[in-house]
Each structure stands twice: as C-alpha cells, then as structure tokens.
Design a protein around this ligand. Structure first.
Ligand code: CTP
Ligand code: MG
Length: 180
C-alpha cells in the first residue's frame, strides 16, 4: 500500500526529476537571455542555457519512454500501480520542469540574487510546479488521473529531499559549483 503509493508518485515524477540533472551535465554554451539585463540585472543569467534546456527536455522525454518499456516488469516486482506516459505527458513534465527552473531564475534575478544563490523552497519546488502545470496543459486528463492528492503529498515531501541529496552529490563529484 505505502510502497505502491510512493513508487507510483516517484515514477510519475521521474521525467521531471531528470531534466535538471541532465542540464547540469550538459550546461555551458549560449545563455537563453543572450546576456540581456533589466535594471542592471541579468534576465535569467548564465546558468540557463539553450543546450542545457534542450538536453534536459530530451532526457526527460526519453526517460519516460524507457520507463514505459519496463513498466510491466517494475509494477509486478514492486506490486505497484505505475502510470504509463503519453508523449504529451512526458513532454509536459520534462519541458515544464525546465521552464519552472527558468522561471525561478527569472525571479531570483529580479530579487537581486546572483547566479547560483540558494533560495530554499524555490530551488526545490520550482520544477515540480512547472512540470505539473505544463503536463496539465498538454495532457489534462492524464495529469488529473495520475496525480491523486495522495501522490501529490508524497511528491511534496520527497522532492526536496531528493533534490538536496542529488545536488549535494553532484557538488561532491565536481559537476556543480554549489551544493544546491
Ligand atoms: N543548466 C543549463 N540550462 C538550464 C538549467 C541548468 O545549462 N536550463 C546548467 C547550468 O550550467 C547551470 C547548472 O546546470 O549552472 C546548474 O543549474 P541551476 O542550479 O539551475 O543553475 P545555477 O547556475 O544555480 O543558476 P540559478 O541561480 O539561475 O539557478
Ligand atoms: Mg542553482
């Protein structure tokens, strides 16, 4: 029961979790804002690049399709009810996660925080909100059926923990310049 709930919730969010990590690995190249500033502050900053965003989105969609391929076996092994991703749902989760993170950087720059500054709460949940919103736009029926209140509660609790641990791990491995 609990295993099924947690497994289903995390499975449904995996295509939104992976894009940010893929973007860290792929980062570099041209910033999306092209260096533009508003009131002396960068629109987004050098941490949001075209390449990171594209690679992150493709990685999230590809992961969703890979999860579909192994779903039956995983569901049996875990005794869990796991969702199937439509292409629209996968794109909504992956691109939405990237857009949520970009939106957070926009807000951070407006608040005067430099690239890499930590804003607890915003850093951990920006991509979840973006992913759920774009999935709801691109695949409304799937999103409503998949994200039950119980699964959303698991996601709200587990995401900050996962985010903090993966980013600390990426920092320790030298892949990221800050541990958040
Ligand atoms: N990255 C990217 N494109 C994105 C998101 C992330 O290229 N759309 C890469 C960048 O190299 C970035 C790294 O992943 O530096 C870490 O991402 P993140 O922590 O989101 O960016 P920060 O550099 O911390 O910048 P910000 O303060 O704007 O979040
Ligand atoms: Mg950051």
């Amino acid at each position: 029961m609990v295993v099924s709930l947690v497994a289903g919730a995390l499975w449904a969010m995996l295509p939104a979790y992976v894009p940010n990590n893929a973007a860290v690995l792929a980062g570099g190249g041209h910033p999306i804002d092209g260096g533009r500033t508003v009131d002396g502050r960068r629109l987004l900053g050098d941490g949001k690049t075209w390449r990171g965003t594209a690679v992150g989105t493709v990685a999230g969609v590809a992961l969703a399709m890979a999860l579909n391929a192994v779903r039956t076996g995983a569901a049996g092994a875990l005794g869990a009810d796991l969702p199937v991703f439509s292409l629209r749902a996968a794109l909504g989760l992956a691109l939405g996660a990237m857009l949520g993170d970009i939106g957070a950087s926009f807000l951070k720059r407006r608040l005067g925080r430099e690239r890499g500054a930590a804003v607890p709460g915003l850093d951990q949940l920006d991509f979840v909100v973006g992913a759920l919103l774009l999935a709801a736009v691109l695949a409304p029926t799937w999103t409503l059926a998949t994200f039950s209140p119980a699964r959303l509660a698991v996601i709200a609790l587990a995401t900050p923990l996962l985010h903090v641990t993966t980013n600390a791990g990426a920092y320790l491995l030298g892949l990221k310049s800050e541990p958040w």
